[in-house]
Design a protein around this ligand. Structure first.
Ligand code: SF4
Ligand code: SF4
Length: 416
């Protein structure tokens, strides 16, 4: 087998001679029948973005001058509970907390850790309330500048694709796997996974994605800690870490689901093409990747199978909003269901949009133009056509971060 070492690849990069592709660029060339040969590719940067429930942030900040309270017992950030400690910071007025991306505000279950982590990075003010062990309440407002140290640890990240869900019952069912309660009678399909662009899907088994490797988490350089929780050979995921304060708020945020606020992240990992086995794994395309279909209630029941080509095809990644056809309804359906709050006051903010597709299906006057596809399936012996109504992964963000990583490598600002 022909091989090349990481240091040989690094030398080519330093000399400006390396051929680096994003996974999207590489797969497009495969589709065109113009696949680069092993000799013509040195690195592929692969990225994924989606709801990643394993996200936790370790934050340290000051809430009062020293001497005002002994230590924190409970901490709330914009009403979102965070775990105080493990360091007690006795009498210092400082707090260490661990905040779960999936924690919900005590005031609004649709607001939670994911939204908070984005807002803090955007420079917004965050209200802090501390209940101390001796019964005192201390309140303050902080911004990102008050955070001395922040680190994200993701316990279950970048899942190698996932599952599609439908609801064959005759009533809507709420789930974290759908941004809104999924309507019954097989009226819509929701799915997760970036298909052939997912880093782990391009490196089966992990030949190059290994403990200690560097990558980008939400724009910040981080390290792979190892396998994530519930990772298995068939369904691998990763445990990851990176400096929270170095992250770009575009790539992380909250995502409302039928079971309250969740959190999304974006991961891009370089795949150095060190041998032909690694190269051959990169040839996988969306149509090669099976996607099991499950009933959203009792998701262990497989109903059938589709694939990621059926899910992503050449469909639109973002909607276009036609304000002239908007009827300015008394209560805007889109505003209430948009999982990232990207649509407000008849205005679409594409920097917040996740491309889930719900607006295109639920706007009362079809003011959103976005094709998200449909799929022909055989379920319980019957042929049915089901529209894809909700994506819980975002290829656009995954692609953007992969491109950022490619440029950093090309400019010698990111070493393999
Ligand atoms: S539901 Fe559609 S038509 Fe009605 S206000 Fe919202 S965007 Fe406009
Ligand atoms: S696609 Fe529509 S509903 Fe989904 S995040 Fe974007 S604006 Fe919101």
């Amino acid at each position: 087998m022909t091989t090349r070492s990481i240091s040989q690849i690094n030398e080519k990069i330093e000399n400006g001679e390396a051929n680096i592709y994003t996974a999207e660029e590489f797969k497009k060339l495969i589709k065109k029948g113009d696949t680069p040969s092993f000799e013509e590719v040195d690195v592929v940067t692969a990225g994924t973005c989606g709801v990643m429930s394993g996200t936790a942030a370790i934050l340290n900040f000051i809430v009062s001058p020293p001497g005002e309270f002994i230590r924190a017992r409970e901490v709330f950030l914009n009403g979102v509970p965070a775990y105080a400690g493990p360091c007690p910071n006795e009498w210092l007025g400082a707090i260490d907390v661990i905040l779960h991306g999936t924690a919900h505000s005590i005031h609004d279950e649709n607001y939670g850790g994911g939204f908070l982590l984005k807002e803090l990075l955007q420079g917004k003010e965050v209200d802090v309330r501390v209940e101390s062990v001796e019964g005192k309440t201390v309140e303050n407002t902080i911004t990102i500048d008050d955070v001395g140290r922040g680190q994200i640890i993701g316990t279950r990240m970048a899942f190698k694709n996932y599952t599609a869900f439908v609801n064959s019952y005759n009533e809507p069912i709420s789930s974290i796997f759908s941004a809104i309660p999924l309507e019954g009678n097989l009226s819509g399909l929701t799915f997760s996974g970036c298909g052939a662009l997912n880093p782990l899907q391009n490196d089966v088994p992990h030949n190059v994605i290994k403990n200690g490797c560097k990558f980008l988490l939400n724009g910040a350089e981080g390290y792979i800690l190892g396998d994530g929780t519930r990772s298995s050979a068939e369904k691998p995921n990763l445990m990851l870490t990176a400096d929270y304060k170095q992250m770009d708020p575009y790539y992380i945020g909250g995502y409302k689901t039928g079971q309250g606020g969740e959190v999304y992240d974006t991961v891009a990992i370089p795949i150095p093409v060190i041998n032909e086995e690694v190269y051959n794994n990169l040839l996988i395309t969306d149509s090669d990747i099976e996607l099991p279909l499950a009933e959203i209630k009792g998701r262990h029941l497989p109903l059938g199978e589709t694939n990621y080509e059926e899910m992503w095809g050449d469909y639109d990644l973002r909607p276009q909003f036609d304000g002239s056809s908007c009827n300015k309804c008394e209560t805007c359906k889109v505003e209430s269901i948009c999982p990232t709050n990207a649509f407000k006051n008849e205005r679409l903010d594409l920097s917040l949009c996740f491309g889930c597709g719900l607006c295109a299906h639920y706007c009362r006057h079809d003011s959103f133009n976005m094709t998200t596809g449909d799929v022909d399936l055989e379920i319980n012996g019957k042929n049915v056509n089901i529209p894809i109504i909700c994506r819980q992964s975002d290829r656009l963000r995954g692609n953007k971060l992969s491109l950022e990583l490619k440029k950093l490598i090309e400019n010698n600002q990111f070493k393999l």
